[in-house]
Every structure is written in structure tokens, then in C-alpha cells.
Design a protein around this ligand. Sequence first.
Ligand code: H79
Length: 444
Amino acid sequence: MTKAFSSAILFAATLALCLSPLVVRAASPEEHDARMAWWRDARFGMFIHWGLYAIPAGEWNGKPVPGIGEWILAKGNIPLADYVPLAKQFNPTGYDPQEWAQIAADAGIKYVVITSKHHDGFCLFDTAATDWDVVDATPYGKDLLAPLAAACRARGIHFCTYYSIMDWHHPSQRIDSEKHHNTHIDPARKPEYIAYMKQQLRELLDSCDPDVLWFDGEWVEWWTEADGKDLYAYLRDLKPSLIINNRVGKGRKGMEGLNRGDQEYAGDFGTPEQQIPETGIPGVDWESCMTMNDTWGFKKNDHNWKSSKMLIEQLIDTSSKGGNYLLNVGPTAEGRIPAPSVERLAALGRWMRVNGEAIYGSAASPIASPDWGRFTAKRERLYAHVFETPASGQLVVPCAAENAVVLGSDVEVTIAVEDAQTKATLPELDTQDAPTVLLFQTAQ
Ligand code: H79
């Protein structure tokens, strides 16, 4: 190779390196909107927390421990040295990815986000970067994620993966002896760990092509916003259409820094956890992730299940504020989604088959939340989600409607329009097990 030629290559490579984050960040608002379009329309996703922590399932040596990889290795819980051999017991012969995907599809779910690696570092996919994965360390010996990706796609469900930045198992880090939600990294080994993550994420993109990467565990003090921006650019370069949550960087505290074109924080959407904000933020994409009981991973003694009605109301509440709802299930070590979760998903599905048009593709309601329920909106349609029938038997809607019906029925609702207000006299509504939706059509 001539010197001039090799220096030209070097120049081009350097230029490409310098430009790649810029290329990612310079996306026009139109390109950004196009990339986010399916996710904004989806509104309803399923989170799956699955891993070795489903084996102790909330109990260790007869004592309760957290049911999730979350704090399972924390002080006083399971020592890492005792946790690692659990892999030899992990043999989820009851796992049927087709069944899981069908449960999700029947619930009206549009995307699935599954743990590829939680804080315990254990990988549910085949990675050459470590043997601490389902293929190399367990009797099951097969990749769990690619078959689920295929089963989801066959049903029109977007397949997405969760990945924890904090890693209790990687030799670069050790768990803080007091604050288990933290690791300390050997600074000399940080580049090696970043290369490890990048290799695994590339493998994940190659093997199951996720549409969202959902990072977590970014709060460790050694992970910086610059690290997050670098990882964001790396991934978008590998898959330009990829959507990445704000926990790739330090943006959890910075919902307001997202999607405004300023890219103050890396990431495409905010991630309130176990809470639905009082209001959305116009122009900011966000997603509330919630559990059906109290834990993320399967825990046999957690019976604190939310009712189906409450879950439906949370989905509506989130949509009414312009957010997505990511509802968690924690499958067992055998590979089954627990029956109480399946029942609740089925109830959500029954409701969505009738009322889905009020959720999918809906926009945040311009109207504040009333006492009796929530509003969602779609072009000339306003949906009133009645959680409890108001004592007056009437609803007042702040727009001039042409007509109103009970969604999914031919029951017409009597309305009286005055100025820019519509007063609806409610027919008998059954809101015992699920909210009822009234559709108000306004002039085009
Ligand atoms: O995967 C599920 C949980 O296992 C995981 N996130 C969901 C999606 C999770 N891990 N830890 N936590 C949730 C709770 C973390 C709490 C804290 Fe903090 C981390 C307290 C202090 C550091 C949050 C982040 C508040 C400050 C920084």
C-alpha cells in the first residue's frame, strides 16, 4: 500500500469516526418522527424479566430475598459464589416462545422488551464474550431470545431487548458492600468492559435484531453521559432505525432534555419506573414501566396483584398523557408466565379488542384529567374513558360534539351541545370490571 493511499484511508476512517455521532445527532425532526412512529402508535408493550433469579423465586435458605436479579446478590441476600452455580439448574423445558408471543398478541401488546442481561450479568442469548450465558452455562443449552423474536415478529409484535450497564458478575466490577445498587469498576478495566458490552450488543443485534434497546443500571457513578452518547452512536450506527431509552446515559433525571433536538441527554424516550407522571411533557416521548404485583422477576410469595381494572386504568392513564405503558411479567424457572399474569393480560386483551382504537395511535389529551376517568384524543375523535360513572349521571366534555356513542356498541348517548361544551347523559354503564369508553365525534 502506498503511503499516500494509506494516509487517505486513515483520513477517511478518522473523518467517519468523528462524524458518526454527528450523523446520528443531526437527524431532522422528520427523520426522528419517522423513526419513532411505530413506537408512538404502539402505546402498549410487555416487559419480561427472566433469568436465574426465577430459581430462588424470592426465597433462599428458607429466608425471603428479593425476587429479582435486582438486589438478589445484595448484602445479606445470596452471595455471588452461591448464585453462579444456579445456572446448572436452569432448564426451562416449559418455555414455549410461540405461546408467550400469542399471550402478548391476545392482550393487544405491540412490543415485547425482554431482559437479555440483568444486573446479575447472566445472558439469555449466546455470546462469545463470556460463558455466563444460557447456552454455555445451563443444561438447557439453547438461545432463549432469537426464537421469541421470530415468534413475536410472526404476530406483528416488535421485539426489543433490555440490557443492564451495571454488571455484578463481570470481573471489572465489584458490588459495593453497603450500597448494593452500585458497583465499583477497576478504572484500568473500564475500556475492556465497554468493549465487552459493545460486543454483546452487536451479537444481540445480529441474532435477534431488536427494535428497541432498553438500558438500565446506568446510575453507577463510573458511567458517564459521554459514555452513554458514545454507546448510543455506536448502536445507531449499527442499526439506524433503533430506538434507545434514556438510561443509556444519565438522562433519567433529564426527561426534559430529550427529543428537543438539543440532545442534552442521549436517548429517545424517558422511563418513569413504577409510576405514571401527573402529566406528560409535550414533545417528549416517555414510557412508564410497571409491575402487576410488587416484583419484576418471578417471586412465588408475591401475591399482591393489581386488579385487571386497575391495569386497564393505568394503560388509559398513560395514553391520556401521551406515554406508553410497559407492563411486566416474570416467568418461572420452568419457562411459564404465571397464571395470574396470563389472566390479567387476557382481560386487557378483551378490553383492547373493543376499545383499542381509543389507545393505539392516540395522542395526549389536550383536556385535563377529570374525576371520573381520562380522555384520549385522535384527530376529530375524543374518547372519554369512564372509570366510575359520576353521581350526576352526566359528563361534560369541553368541545362541541356532533354525536356520542358507547364504543364497541350501537348505544347512542344523548347529548346537548351549548357553546363549546357537550353535556352527555349517560346510559347505564357497567364499569365494575373495566372502564367504558364513550366516543365523541367532533366536526372535521
Ligand atoms: O429491571 C427492573 C429493576 O430490576 C431495575 N429497573 C427495572 C426496570 C431496577 N434496578 N434497580 N432499581 C430498579 C431501583 C434502583 C434504585 C436506585 Fe437510584 C438506584 C436508587 C439509587 C440508585 C434511581 C436511580 C434512584 C437514583 C438513581
